[in-house]
Ligand binder design. Structure first.
Ligand code: ACM
Length: 675
């Protein structure tokens, strides 16, 4: 009876169209047809699945039921049933044909049909089931009648087969729990490749049983054991995610040489690099022993990582050691190798044959694309779209990372606008098919386990949508609406992107109230691109990454919302925005006194005062602008000159950070000027 009533009420109010406009799906599925019915989730909800809890689908259902119950607290039945319990709903029937293989191009589609009291999730593989369950969880809503899912039919499949996240575990190490929580987050947004960047100048991060001095001397003790790697691979596999290892050679390889200096093109000794940048040490590509070593080592790693793709890096080898080494120069003359590019190509050819012997496909960064590179090598394009195009036109599969460098802290809209296969690339259909997809890259110069999650999430969800959803899903405001929801949802599986910020603030503030610090941090972003490296801070792995730019989030939401309010007022002449703008500005103006009470006794907060004072000044100009736009005759030349000067000053970086509301206040200021 209750169910009948609910159905009737829902039909009367016909909530589907509104729900459709306001849906919370991310990435947006390929096809969504909203229905009128309501699937009520109550205590009787159960899953119908002919499988064990140890299978990929079974494990996914176990996680699904736990998450659903954690949200609804309905004490949902955690068993799987072979057929609907008592023949009545609400139940979710799960059906798939076979176990999915972890390789690009594997069937990932699923369909979800949700009507009055039954939901059916179907897929060709259990990987599709993993995705479909995530979609179901994103559909769960509630109102005064309880928890429910709006009736819907979804047919979904990804646009690109390669939807990756690179985590650099070398510049700063990411312990296993950082990796697993990020794998869970990837699964939430249907990403399917975890690319682990495992060796660098600053660290060698995996146990080698064949050459143990690699990890014992090259890692400062921070490395994954092979057992841990197996655990990560299984954890990822359970969520339909492949793990692709990268060993970056011949450059970016100082950490290898600490234990095995004979591999290098110059004598050594070597120590683990602490600074960041491009360094000289490089492998000697002319020595037989180099390949003997690499053959053994790469074979060991090929056996450990089941994925058919294997990344050998190959970027930014500056060739300095090669130029300075007489034997290498002699070798090049003798073998008619004309330059360092050709020499690296020769080196790559040797790597390729080792990998082929191990039945692997080689991936490398743009730089490995040299004449003679066999077609089955895959290019990861980081330098620009030209590289992507060149690789595809030369017949290589290619993965786009240029434009997805999340370490450069660009806003989500910019990442979202970056399409791996834009029409202006003018590729043929066959060339287009070679674009496998893209990878967000979390380079770790400036991140630690404390703040890595907040550099990855939520912005990577925008990239995930670009890689999964149809190309015409590109409305920025709607992306941000859903991204803000996703941001909170990501916490459900343990990502620490939000909670760690307050922890970091509390650490500095000691026992003080952190609100004044938070008020400032909320409108600050770390400097973008590579600008932080040119502000006079001698960055190295030794530094504490606990300062303002390490705490502030990329793409500050509060600044974004404030900008929208200002645009509403200035561009759309909507004066209702004024009240909210004024409230914000007053809060910022008054914040400094509160902050100063804390900072005066905390040396680590001294630097914050300058930015806080700038915020105070900017807010005051904003408030004055609001007043003057009511009566423009009060605008004086002196006020204009002073305000202009202050706004310009406030737009400059302070402590490798920038105040993100200056541009918006500038908009108010300009608007207040007599026309
Ligand atoms: C790279 O960013 N050097 C691949």
């Amino acid at each position: 009876m209750l169910k009948y009533l609910v159905a009737v009420i829902c039909c009367i109010f016909s909530f589907a169209p509104l729900f459709a406009q306001q849906h919370q799906l991310m990435p947006v599925p390929k096809e969504v047809i909203w229905g009128e019915q309501r699937f009520q989730i109550d205590k009787g909800f159960h899953v119908v699945l002919n499988d064990t809890s140890a299978s990929r689908a079974g494990k996914a259902v176990v996680r699904f039921l736990r998450r659903l119950d954690n949200r609804t607290q309905l004490l949902i039945n955690k068993e799987f049933f072979r057929k609907p319990l008592n023949g009545v709903g609400p139940y979710l029937v799960i059906q798939y044909d076979r176990k999915g293989l972890l390789k690009p191009g594997e069937e990932e589609s699923y369909s979800l049909q949700i009507t009055g009291d039954q939901a059916i999730l179907k897929a060709a593989t259990d990987i599709g089931i993993v995705y479909g369950l995530e979609t179901f969880l994103q559909l769960v809503a509630s109102d005064n009648l309880g928890y429910y899912v709006n009736g819907v039919t979804i047919n979904d499949q990804p646009r690109f087969v390669w939807r990756g996240l690179l985590i650099d575990v070398c510049r700063h190490f990411s312990p296993i729990d950082v990796i697993t929580r990020n794998i869970d987050a990837m699964a939430m947004v249907k990403m399917n490749v975890l690319h682990l960047h495992l060796s660098e100048d600053q660290g060698f991060r995996i146990e080698s049983k064949v050459f143990p001095k690699l990890h014992l001397l090259g890692s400062n003790g921070d490395y994954y054991t092979q057992e841990q790697i197996k655990y990560i691979i299984q954890y990822a596999s359970d969520r339909g995610i492949r793990v692709v290892p990268e060993f970056d050679i011949p450059g970016h390889a100082t950490s290898w040489f600490v234990g095995y200096p004979e591999l290098a093109a110059a004598k050594g000794p070597y120590s683990i690099e602490k600074k960041f940048g491009v360094f000289g040490p490089s492998m000697d590509p002319t020595k037989k022993q180099t390949y003997k070593f690499l053959n053994k080592f790469l074979t060991e790693m090929c056996n450990l990582f089941p994925d058919e793709y294997f990344h050998i890096g190959g970027d930014e080898n500056n060739g300095k050691q090669w130029d300075d080494n007489k034997n290498i120069q002699e070798y090049m003359r003798k073998h008619n190798i004309k330059n360092n590019h050709e020499l690296q190509n020769y080196f790559n050819g040797k790597l390729l044959s080792i990998l082929q012997k191990n039945k692997k496909k080689m991936i490398g960064w743009d730089e490995i694309l040299q004449p003679g590179l066999p077609n089955d090598a895959v290019i990861q394009s980081w330098r620009g779209k030209e590289g992507l195009k060149e690789a595809a036109t030369k017949g290589h599969q290619v993965i786009l990372s240029n434009g997805y460098y999340i370490d450069l802290v660009q806003p989500a809209w910019k990442l979202y606008a970056n399409d791996p296969a834009p029409s202006d690339l003018k590729l043929s259909d066959n060339e287009q098919k070679l674009i496998l997809g893209g990878e967000a890259t979390m380079w770790a110069e400036l991140v630690t386990p404390e703040n890595i999650d907040s550099r990855i999430w939520p912005r990577t969800a925008a990239i995930a949508e670009r890689l999964w959803s149809p190309a015409d899903v590109n409305a920025v405001n709607d992306m941000y609406r859903r991204l803000d929801i996703m941001n909170i949802r990501l916490e459900e599986i343990g990502v620490q992107h939000i909670i760690n910020q307050e922890m970091m603030l509390r650490r500095i503030a000691q026992s003080n109230e952190i609100t004044p610090l938070l008020n400032l941090v909320n409108v600050v972003e770390p400097l973008k691109d590579y600008k932080r490296h040119s502000q006079g801070i001698p960055y190295s792995t030794d530094l504490p990454f606990t300062r303002l730019p390490d705490i502030a989030f990329p793409d500050a939401k509060e600044a974004r919302v404030f900008k929208m309010l200002c645009e509403q007022l200035v561009m759309k002449k909507d004066t209702t925005a004024k009240i909210e703008i004024e409230k914000q500005l007053l809060g910022w103006k008054n914040n400094h006194n509160e902050l100063a009470l804390i900072s005066r006794n905390i040396p680590a907060l001294k630097d914050w005062e300058k930015l806080s004072l700038l915020l105070q000044d900017v807010a005051a100009i904003g408030l004055e602008s609001l007043q003057k736009m009511n009566n423009r005759t009060t605008v004086t030349d002196q006020w204009v000159t002073d305000s202009n000067k202050k706004l310009k000053e406030a737009a400059l970086p302070v402590q490798e950070s920038e105040l993100m509301v200056v541009e918006s206040v500038m908009m108010l200021f300009q608007y207040a000027l007599p026309k």
